[in-house]
Design a protein around this ligand. Structure first.
Ligand code: C2E
Ligand code: CA
Ligand code: CA
Length: 531
């Protein structure tokens, strides 16, 4: 007997020798991923404006919220600092006043310069000099009570707190350009305005009439609003490093997605082509697994199970390719191929008992087609084989799309002595409703439920429920995947006598099956003796 490889073994479909299937249609397989990649790249390119806008806005919000500025404007924080400073001043420009100015200047991250001007003298952090003039009378300013805020050179603001006797404290802020966008662009590309109610000042540059700007704004406090106008160049300059990173990441993601799609496509199409070639070379063959009556020891039939015998000697189990063959509708041809071989094999068996049958797995969709029934009946008559020698297993795992057609095909088969068995009962779509709708006379109880025998698994209750139902509905029951005599014994007590499973025999090639049957017959039809 040929060596049967472990069914967990990686199927040959993944081995590079099959690249010959790939080469001719390589372009077809990679066409879709490539198109997605090109379109995706184009989309990323077209989205540049949006990406940069979003980055700029994010950067701006982030900078305005950094602890350096806390959540207020420079001006407002500066006013707080000035208010805190005033009680420490004697307003005489004494040495103590200068020290107080210096201390506030050093401890504030927002103030670059401080000076005090009294009625008769001036002083500042530089000593007994007051070099900055008070522009409080300038037209371009914001006035909030006794405070005026006006623009100062190099994107700074000047905040002046006036006292009734004519004295004032003047502070110059740190540059806004540094706080807001790190000076990464020419200052004419970005204009920053501070708005207070109906007053406003520019913190840096003014908008130029020649340029087009995009507006970003952010409320700073209840009354203050910051408006940042940026030209396309300004946004580009500021976001350049981040935009490059974002673009590279998006491209990488797109490339990985397309690569995975291509590989999946290639694998699927490679398998599809290989199945096609397998059909052509008739590499799909039936294995046979006996179904035995555990009480009488008689073999009552068998299930035919598909195997893919590749020309290199490898045997591939159905689970490795059935799904793809079903998706590509290749399973129809495979079933036809199998029927051809099974009818020939079974017709050649001698001395079979009357009831003996071989059941074939047919996907629900195929059973909705009258041509299937026609071809099947034709095959049986070609081999001069009684119709009842063939049975159909239809699985519950995939749904019917046209139940009415399926019903009429099945009825035609039944009328011609071909019985229908419900495979994997209890596991799938139809539930027991199929049994009311369709002319089914046998339940094949799935291994999933048999495995629960002798365990505390809740599914053990389902097994008993299926058996009770099967008895009440007068259905023949076959237990599938039975591996131990304890399971056989349990099932026998429950009234299930027909057993298919490794406990008696594994699926085998026809030659071995032939021998199995002959030994059975020689032992007076007691197959349990020939194990
Ligand atoms: P299935 O129709 O439920 O077939 C029973 C599966 O259980 C078979 O797996 C069989 O080898 C396995 N089996 C039987 N007794 C035991 C046991 O005691 N222990 C264990 N562990 N397994 C047991 P196989 O041959 O690998 O087939 C798997 C599935 O592939 C089948 O499940 C069926 O859904 C599908 N299949 C097989 N042949 C065909 C076919 O010709 N056409 C179609 N459409 N599907 C097929
Ligand atoms: Ca089956
Ligand atoms: Ca099954």
């Amino acid at each position: 007997m040929k060596h049967i490889p472990n069914s967990n073994r990686i199927p040959a479909i993944l081995i590079p020798s099959h690249f010959k299937f790939m080469n001719n249609t390589l372009w077809l397989r990679w066409r879709l991923p490539l198109m997605i990649f090109v379109l995706g790249t184009l989309l990323i390119y077209l989205m540049q404006g949006f990406i940069k806008y979003a980055l700029f806005e994010h950067d701006l919000s982030h900078r305005i919220n950094i602890p350096l500025d806390v959540n207020d404007t420079n001006a407002i924080l500066i006013s707080t600092a000035i208010n805190n400073l005033v009680p420490d001043l004697s307003m005489t420009c004494s040495d103590d006043d200068i020290d107080a100015l210096r201390l506030t200047n050093d401890t504030s991250t927002n103030i670059q310069f401080l000076q005090l001007v009294t009625t008769d003298r001036g002083c500042s952090i530089y000593g007994h000099v007051a070099p900055v003039s008070d522009d409080s009378h300038a037209s371009h300013k914001i006035t909030v009570g006794n405070l005026t805020i006006s623009p100062y050179t190099n994107s700074r603001v000047k905040v002046v707190r006036h006292f009734t006797n004519g004295s004032y404290v003047l502070a110059v802020s740190e540059p806004f350009s540094q706080l807001l966008y790190n000076n990464q662009t020419n200052k004419h590309n970005i204009a920053v305005y501070l708005i207070y109610k109906d007053q406003h000042i520019h913190l840096q540059s003014k908008k130029s009439k020649k340029e087009t700007y995009q507006l970003f704004q952010k409320p700073l406090t209840h009354d203050f609003l910051l408006q940042v106008y940026a030209t396309k160049t300004g946004i580009n300059d500021v976001t350049k490093p981040d935009a490059v990173l974002v673009n590279i990441s998006l491209l990488l993601l797109l490339a990985v997605f397309c690569l995975l799609l291509g590989i999946k496509n290639t694998h699927h199409k490679t398998v599809k082509n290989m199945i096609e070639s397998g059909i052509h070379k008739k590499e799909f063959i039936p294995y046979y697994q006996p179904i035995i009556n555990s009480v009488s020891g008689e073999i009552i039939g068998c299930e035919t199970l598909l195997r893919w015998h590749k020309s290199n000697g490898e045997i591939i189990p159905p689970n490795a390719f059935i799904d793809i063959a079903e998706k590509n509708k290749q399973i129809y041809e495979i079933t036809d191929l199998l029927i051809e071989q099974v009818t020939a094999d079974i017709a050649s068996l001698k001395d079979l008992n009357d009831q003996f049958y071989a059941s074939i797995n047919v996907p629900p969709h195929q059973l909705e087609n009258q041509t299937f029934a026609t071809k099947l009946l034709q095959k049986l008559s070609e081999h001069d084989m009684p119709n009842h020698r063939l049975a159909i297993e239809v699985t519950e795992r995939t749904p019917f799309t046209d139940l009415e057609s399926a019903k009429s095909v099945m009825q035609r088969l039944i009328d011609n002595d071909i019985s229908i068995k419900l495979d994997d009962a209890g596991t799938g779509f139809g539930g027991f409703s199929y049994l009311q709708e369709l002319p089914i006379n046998t339940l094949k109880i799935d291994k999933m439920f048999i495995d629960t025998i002798g365990t505390c698994d809740v599914k053990a209750n389902i097994l008993n429920a299926i058996i009770t139902f099967g008895k009440k509905a007068n259905l023949i029951m076959i237990a599938e995947g039975v591996e131990s005599l304890d399971q056989v014994e349990y099932l026998r007590k429950q009234g299930v006598f027909l057993i298919q499973g490794f406990v008696y025999a594994k699926p085998m090639p026809f030659k071995d099956f032939q021998q199995f049957i002959n030994t059975c017959i020689k032992s007076n039809n007691n197959c349990l003796a020939c194990k």
